[in-house]
Design a protein around this ligand. Structure first.
Ligand code: 13P
Length: 252
């Protein structure tokens, strides 16, 4: 029996104008009003955060950002800081998504700085890890995750980590329709939990939420959520539509 509260999070990536975001958020808010036992988060683009906050602030849907920069302010053209995100209603921030590592040069070191900045500002980090298909084929999945988790959380101590969420997103399953099987996902989630235990002890490894991401849909969420170490999902494509995302939220 899991005693961790599930978190179902939607990563809207670079989709939707503010108007379109508000429309989807409004529909979602209505569809999940009665949900009380699942935490719900959506992460629209930066330009839609303020408008979406207006729509969701009194309901069960919380707001997340997709990225941040680790300095609080300064001459960093094009960047957004943790305090700025906090000030527009964000409760969570996705950090180190594989698309950011792949296309925008993020490394374990920059991910670590971003996690530290989020924690300092009391934004809950959703720390993304995951192996590529090449790494999986070469049987490097566990060593890759070991390095990502260790370096991503370097320098952090136990009492800073109680709001941390980890998202396991195998790169080969993102946007491909190729979900990890329930057993494949469970095996890695259990491994990540054991890494947390090894580095920070079992109080944290028992309480930390580990989400699965990669082609999560209304028809595969229930089986994933039955796995003992899967505590929720980080959903891309299927979160863009209020109807399909609310079905995922109501997975039971
Ligand atoms: P898809 O659900 O579209 O595969 O995306 C997963 C993801 O990257 C969520 O962050």
């Amino acid at each position: 029996m899991k005693n961790r509260r599930p978190l179902i999070a939607g990563n809207w990536k670079m989709y939707k104008t503010p108007n379109e975001s508000v429309e989807t958020a409004r529909q979602l808010d209505q569809q999940v009003r009665s949900v009380a036992d699942v935490d719900i988060m959506i992460a629209p683009t930066f330009t839609a955060l303020t408008a979406v906050w207006e729509v969701v602030q009194n309901g069960p849907v919380t707001l997340g950002a997709q990225n941040l920069y680790w300095e609080a302010e300064g001459a960093y053209t094009g960047e957004i800081s943790a305090p700025m995100l906090k000030s527009v209603g964000c409760e969570y921030c996705i950090i180190g998504h594989s698309e950011r590592r792949q296309y925008f040069g993020e490394t374990d070191q920059t991910v670590n700085k971003k996690i530290q900045a989020a924690i300092k500002t009391k934004l809950k980090p959703v720390f993304c890890v995951g192996e590529t298909d090449k790494e999986r084929e070469a049987e490097q999945t566990f060593s890759v995750l070991d390095k990502q988790v260790k370096k991503g959380l370097e320098g952090l101590v136990l009492d800073q980590l109680n709001t941390l969420v980890i998202a396991y997103e195998p790169v080969w399953a993102i946007g491909t329709g190729k979900t990890a099987t329930d057993d494949q996902a469970q095996e890695v989630h259990q491994f990540i939990r054991s890494l947390v235990e090894k580095n920070f002890g079992n109080a944290l490894s028992d309480s930390i939420r580990i989400l699965y991401g990669g082609s999560v849909k209304p028809d595969n969420i229930a089986a994933l959520m039955k796995m003992p170490d899967i505590d929720g999902a980080l959903v891309g494509g299927a979160s863009l539509d209020a109807e399909s995302f609310s079905q995922i939220v109501k997975f039971k």
